[in-house]
Design a binder for this molecule. Structure first.
Ligand SMILES: [Zn+2]
Length: 62
């Protein structure tokens, strides 16, 4: 972790779970909530903010 960089948590807009900000995460990245599995888009990194990702019908190969 980079010294002096403030990492924070954001709340899952779907279930309210606290999601920890990962080092190096960038705006526009899509992450999954570990609790409810929702796809969340990183809207901001300082402060860390999440929004529900648009539910496009794509095959993510999972
Ligand atoms: Zn969630």
């Amino acid at each position: 972790m980079i010294q002096g960089e403030t990492m924070s948590n954001a709340e899952c807009p779907e279930c309210g779970a606290q999601i920890a900000q990962r080092a190096g995460i960038e705006v526009g990245e899509i992450i999954s909530c570990g609790d409810c599995g929702s796809k969340l888009e990183v809207k901001s990194v300082a402060p860390f903010g999440l929004a529900t990702a648009p539910s496009v019908e794509e095959d993510w190969g999972e």
